[in-house]
Design a protein around this ligand. Structure first.
Ligand code: BG6
Length: 488
């Protein structure tokens, strides 16, 4: 059982907190994963009291509670909650916050979760520091930073410089919620707990690797943030490069935080830099036009409230990368993500090469399919291995078959990524959080593309909402036989 702790959530009334963090705390309560001495203090600007906050949280948690909400768990959970109104840009308010925590005699171990806009990270940490809330005299102090960490490599460096004055790296928890997903962790288990895979996991046998994250939703209420960010920053720089690192890194010395993060950094640093002249051969962007998603007519990105009418922000981005190390020399990695696509689907697909000789009779007529290993990350959690086998019957004819494992847990064993990560902060386990050099290496991968795109403000390709993205992204493939795979 993790320790006593005061969990202070900044931006508690915002979207992330309401849809993810509060439900995650509720589920930790339900599964008895918190000691009685864990307090959850919400920070917001609204003039609410504790009772109003509790009612708001209950409403938010109710529809998300797996297996329904029970009075007993709900009462226990609500007894931990409190609300404190303050202005996060006002230094005096941090002194009052400190007094409030002390007056209530809450635990001296404190986690500050900054569910804030990226430009508010530095001021919040500076004020916490000045108010002596980050000094570890009588308990640990940890700060959780949501993504994005910076806007590019340079701004990430500047941000880190400001944080460094008040925060040690050991106190810093840069969250990437993809690392809390069960199937993302399964990429590591599958690779490093199964001996039969490792000899095949390299350029000799693998033709290419694809990572696709498709969403059937528009930008929604987040246009203000998204229009300054775009798909490359929002998804690829963070979540999808993490998937790349896990699928391609060398085995770590252990599962300890530093060992794991060393390997991810090494991998990201081995990505071949994209030269300016190659940006258009290695990256593609587009924006959704109007169309139909799940049978509903939806507007174009440019018509969304909060989006600049001349915006060339991409809601779809695709990227081809090469990793210049011994294992992956010459193997392309294709990554794509988009909003308003036909389905929610995140998959990592590994396509193998053809056998050196195709000598079964039907291979003279049709080209035999290569082997695939496909990880369904979400919503289906699965591992599928596609093979060729003999068709039943007198003659030796082949057919495609597959070995399938569906891994989704039941209501008692399934969990949301944030549950594990919130708990890891209390435990002091940073293995699923990002180190600064990792974030920096990821920015270095995408920076040349972002720079090129930022100077091209006159035109952006579009794709109909409800389609699998722009035709133009197909030009990234090295070989006519390669194409995006959308099914598990
Ligand atoms: C967030 C992005 O980090 O991840 C969102 O800001 C995106 O734009 C989301 O929709 C996807 O996360 P998940 O867990 O729903 O796949």
């Amino acid at each position: 059982m993790p320790e006593a702790c005061t969990y202070v959530v900044f931006g508690a009334t915002g979207n992330l907190s309401m849809t993810k963090l509060m439900p995650a705390f509720y589920h930790l309560e339900k599964h008895n994963r918190l000691t009685d001495e864990v307090k959850i203090l919400a920070i917001g600007r609204r003039d609410w009291d504790r009772d109003e906050w509790i009612e708001t949280v209950k409403e938010a948690v109710m529809p998300k509670a797996r297996g329904g909400i029970t009075d007993e768990v709900c009462d226990r959970f609500c007894s931990r909650l409190d609300y404190f109104k303050m202005d996060i840009l006002n230094a005096q308010d941090y002194l009052k916050l400190k007094e409030h925590i002390e007056a209530n005699n809450w635990p001296n171990n404190m986690a500050f979760y900054l569910s804030l806009g990226p430009d508010q990270f530095a001021p919040a940490v500076e004020h916490l520091g000045e108010a002596k809330l980050l000094r570890e005299d009588s308990g640990w102090r940890r700060v959780v930073l949501e993504k994005p960490f910076g806007y590019d490599a340079e701004s990430a460096k500047q941000l880190q410089k400001r944080l460094n004055k008040y925060l040690d790296e050991e106190q810093t928890y840069r969250i990437d919620h993809y690392l809390g997903k069960g199937m993302v962790q399964n990429l590591m288990v599958f690779r490093f707990a199964n001996l039969m895979m490792e000899p095949l996991w390299n350029r000799n046998y693998i033709d290419h690797i694809q990572i696709t994250h498709a969403e059937d939703k528009p930008v929604g209420t987040r246009a203000g943030y998204y229009d300054t960010s775009g798909a490359m920053r929002d998804m690829i720089q963070s979540h999808l490069l993490q998937l790349l690192a896990l699928v391609a890194m060398e085995p770590p010395a252990s599962m300890e935080a530093e060992a794991l993060r060393n390997e991810k950094v090494k991998l990201l640093q081995s990505v071949r830099p994209i030269l300016k002249k190659n940006v258009h051969n290695q990256a593609y962007r587009a924006q959704y036009a109007e169309g139909s998603v799940n049978g509903e007519q939806v507007p174009a990105y440019l018509q969304e409230p909060g989006v600049d009418k001349n915006s060339v922000t991409e809601t779809y981005a695709a990227l081809k990368l090469y990793i210049d190390n011994w294992r992956w020399a010459g193997v392309p990695f294709y990554i794509q993500t988009g909003k308003n696509m036909p389905k929610n689907r995140t998959i990592v697909a590994i396509r193998f090469k053809h056998p050196p000789k195709q000598f079964f009779r039907d291979s003279q007529v049709k080209k035999m399919e290569p082997n695939w290993i496909v990880f369904g990350i979400q919503p289906e959690e699965s591992i599928r291995i596609e093979l060729t086998a003999k068709q039943p019957g007198l003659e030796i004819m082949t057919e495609q078959t597959s070995l399938d494992a569906t891994l989704k847990g039941d209501v008692d064993t399934s969990y949301d990524a944030y549950e594990e990560l919130l708990l890891d902060v209390i435990k002091g386990d940073r293995s699923l959080f990002l180190r600064y050099d990792e974030v920096k290496a990821a920015w270095t991968v995408v920076d040349p593309i972002l720079q090129a795109w930022s100077s091209e403000t006159a035109y952006i390709d579009t794709y109909p909402s409800g389609s699998w993205g722009p035709e133009g992204a197909k030009k990234l493939f090295d070989h006519p036989e390669q194409c995006w795979r959308y099914h598990y």
